[in-house]
Design a protein around this ligand. Structure first.
Ligand code: AHR
Length: 509
C-alpha cells in the first residue's frame, strides 16, 4: 500500500478552532460521580474534585465541555443543582434509570472548569420535558450580572460574576424516539425557533446549537435538518451532528473490522451531507448568515453491548452505576484517530466538536472509586493531535492513496491523512493506515524550499488489535517513536512506514 500527501501552504482549509477539541460531561453513570467528583478520594480538593482526573484532563488538552447531557438533559431541572447541597432533591433520571443526587450542578461545573485551567462551558437546555420559560430562566440565572430575582439568586449562591456562557445547545437528540419528549422535526423546529429568539432577547450574542440528527443513519436524516434549519436558520449558529462507530458482526459471526477501520468515510459523508443542507437552506432563504456544524457527540461506542445496559425495575434506581464503561482497544484508537483527522479536514464547516464523553462513560480517562485514574488507548491520539494542532491552520489535503476494500463502504482510501501548519510554523501530519494486512509506505511532499531540521514520528499500533489499557495494565497501548521516519533532502519528501491498523503523528520542524 502506498500513499502520498502534498503540503502546499497556498491552499488552506481553515484555522483550527480550539473548540474542535471539546469534550462532554453528562450526568450518566460515573462520569460526574466518582469520575470528576469524588469528595472522599485521596486526591480530592476542597470542592471534592479529583485532582488526578484534573491533571489528566489538562494533559488530554480538552477545551469546551458540553454539559449536563445528553439524554439526561431532557428530564433535568437545572434548579435542582443549585443552592445548599443538603437541600438539593434526589430525582429519578429517566434517561439512564438512575438516581440523580444533584450534589453536583451548574456552580460545581463552573468551578471544576476553572480548576481545569479555564475551559469553556457549553450548556444544554432541556427541551424534552421543558421549554421556553425554563431556558430563559437558566440563561438569566447564568448570564445576567445582577439586579433580578434569578441573577441575584446566583450571586447569593456564591457566583458574584455571571458565568457568561456563550454556547448553548437547544435540547439534545430531539429526533431520537428514545429521547424524553421526542418531537417531530416540525414541532422541534417551532420550539427551537422560539427558544432561540427568546434567548437572544436576553443575550443577543449567545451562540446557539440546534439539534441535527443523532446519527447519519437515522430514518429522518436529511429531512430533519432541512425542516429544522428552515425554521431556525437566522437565529442559530450551529447545527449538531452525533456519530458513534463500532465493528458490527458479519453473517459468519466475526466482526467487520475492515468497515470499522473506514468509519472516517462515513463521518466525512455525514459532514458533507449536512453542509449541503446548510448551503441549500441559506440559498433558499436568501440569507447572508452562516451556520456551522457542532459535531458535539463523536466516538467509538459498543452501543447495545453489556456495559451499556441500563438498570431496570421500579425499585431499582442506583446512584452512579457503572454504565457505558467501554474498554478501548488499539484498533479503536486507530479509528478514533481517523475520526479526528476527518474533523480537521472539515475544519471549514465543523467549528466545534465534543468527544463523548470525558471520564468513565465511553471515555479517554478511566477511574476507580478511591483508586487510580488512567488513560485509555483513545486518550493518546486526542492528546497528541490537540497539542500539535491547536492554534494551527489545516492545509488542503492533497492526498492520493491506494485503496482497501470494505463490505460497508466499498473501496476506500487505505490511508487517511491531514497536514496542519502549527502555530509555531512547524508542520504536523496525522495519518492512519486502515489496512488490516499491509504496511503503507507514506510519502509527504514538503513545500518547495522546506529544509526541516528534524522529523519526529510517533505511532500507535499493536500486533494485537484488541490490546487495551486496564486497571491492571494501564500503559499497555501507547504511541512509540517510529524509527522509519526520515527526510530525503534530494527529493524533498518525508517518508515513513505505517504498520497495518495504525495511527501516526509526524512533527516536522
Ligand atoms: O453519549 C451517550 C448518549 O449518546 C447521550 O446521552 C446521547 O445524547 C447519545 O445518544
Amino acid at each position: 500500500l502506498t500513499a502520498r500527501l502534498v503540503v502546499d501552504d497556498d491552499f488552506e482549509v481553515a484555522p483550527v478552532n480550539n473548540r474542535l477539541f471539546g469534550s462532554f460531561v453528562e450526568h450518566l453513570g460515573r462520569c460526574v460521580y466518582t469520575g470528576i467528583y469524588e469528595p472522599d478520594h485521596p486526591t480530592a480538593d476542597e470542592h471534592g474534585f479529583r485532582k488526578d482526573v484534573i491533571d489528566l484532563v489538562k494533559e488530554l488538552g480538552a477545551t469546551t465541555i458540553r454539559y449536563p447531557g445528553g439524554n439526561f438533559v431532557s428530564g433535568y431541572r437545572w434548579e435542582d443543582g443549585i443552592g445548599p447541597k443538603q437541600e438539593r432533591p434526589r430525582r429519578l433520571d429517566l434517561a439512564w434509570h438512575s438516581t440523580e443526587t444533584n450534589e453536583f450542578g451548574l456552580h460545581e461545573m463552573a468551578e471544576w472548569l476553572e480548576a481545569t485551567g479555564g475551559n469553556e462551558l457549553m450548556e444544554a437546555v432541556n427541551l424534552g420535558t421543558r421549554g421556553l420559560q425554563e431556558a430563559l430562566d437558566l440563561l438569566e440565572y447564568a448570564n445576567v450580572p445582577g439586579g433580578t430575582e434569578l441573577s441575584e439568586r446566583r450571586r447569593a449562591n456564591g457566583a458574584d460574576k455571571p458565568f457568561d456562557i456563550r454556547m448553548w445547545c437547544l435540547g439534545n437528540e430531539m429526533d431520537g424516539p428514545w429521547q424524553l419528549g421526542h418531537k417531530s422535526a416540525e414541532d422541534y423546529g417551532m420550539l427551537a425557533a422560539s427558544v432561540a429568539a427568546g434567548m437572544r432577547q436576553i443575550d443577543p450574542d449567545v451562540e446557539l446549537v440546534v439539534c441535527g440528527s443523532s446519527a447519519h443513519g437515522m430514518p429522518t436524516f436529511g429531512k430533519w435538518e432541512q425542516t429544522v434549519l428552515e425554521k431556525t436558520y437566522e437565529n442559530v449558529n450551529f447545527v449538531s451532528c452525533h456519530a458513534y462507530y463500532q465493528p458490527f458482526f458479519k453473517e459468519d459471526g466475526t466482526r467487520d473490522m475492515a468497515s470499522f477501520l473506514a468509519s472516517g468515510v462515513d463521518m466525512d459523508g455525514f459532514i458533507k451531507d449536512v453542509a449541503a443542507t446548510i448551503d441549500a437552506t441559506k440559498a433558499h432563504l436568501k440569507s447572508a448568515h452562516d451556520v456551522y456544524i457542532s459535531f458535539d457527540e463523536w466516538n467509538v461506542w459498543y452501543q447495545g453491548e453489556e456495559p451499556s445496559k441500563t438498570p431496570e425495575g421500579i425499585g431499582n434506581w442506583p446512584v452512579a452505576p457503572r454504565l457505558l464503561e467501554d474498554i478501548y482497544t488499539a484498533a479503536d484508537a486507530v479509528v478514533f484517530g481517523d475520526l479526528m483527522i476527518t474533523l480537521l479536514k472539515n475544519a471549514d464547516r465543523v467549528r466545534a466538536a465534543s468527544l463523548a464523553q470525558l471520564v468513565n462513560v465511553i471515555a479517554p480517562i478511566m477511574t476507580e472509586p478511591g483508586g487510580p485514574a488512567w488513560r485509555q488507548t483513545t486518550f493518546h491520539p486526542f492528546s497528541v493531535t490537540a497539542r500539535l494542532a491547536k492554534g494551527g491552520t489545516v492545509l488542503e489535503p492533497k492526498l492520493s492513496a491506494g485503496t482497501v476494500d470494505t463490505p460497508r463502504y466499498g473501496e476506500v482510501d487505505g490511508v487517511n491523512a491531514v497536514a496542519v501548519r502549527c502555530a509555531d510554523g512547524s508542520l504536523a501530519v496525522f495519518a492512519v493506515n486502515r489496512s488490516l494486512e499491509a504496511t503503507a509506505e507514506f510519502e509527504i511532499r514538503l513545500q518547495d524550499g522546506a529544509q526541516p531540521a528534524s522529523v519526529e514520528a510517533q505511532t500507535l499500533h499493536d500486533d494485537d488489535l484488541f490490546a487495551a489499557n486496564t486497571l491492571y495494565d494501564q500503559n499497555r497501548v501507547t504511541p512509540h517513536a517510529n524509527g522509519s521516519a526520515m527526510y530525503d533532502a534530494e527529493s524533498g519528501v518525508v517518508r515513513v512506514s505505517l504498520p497495518p491498523v495504525s495511527w501516526t503523528a509526524l512533527h516536522i520542524k
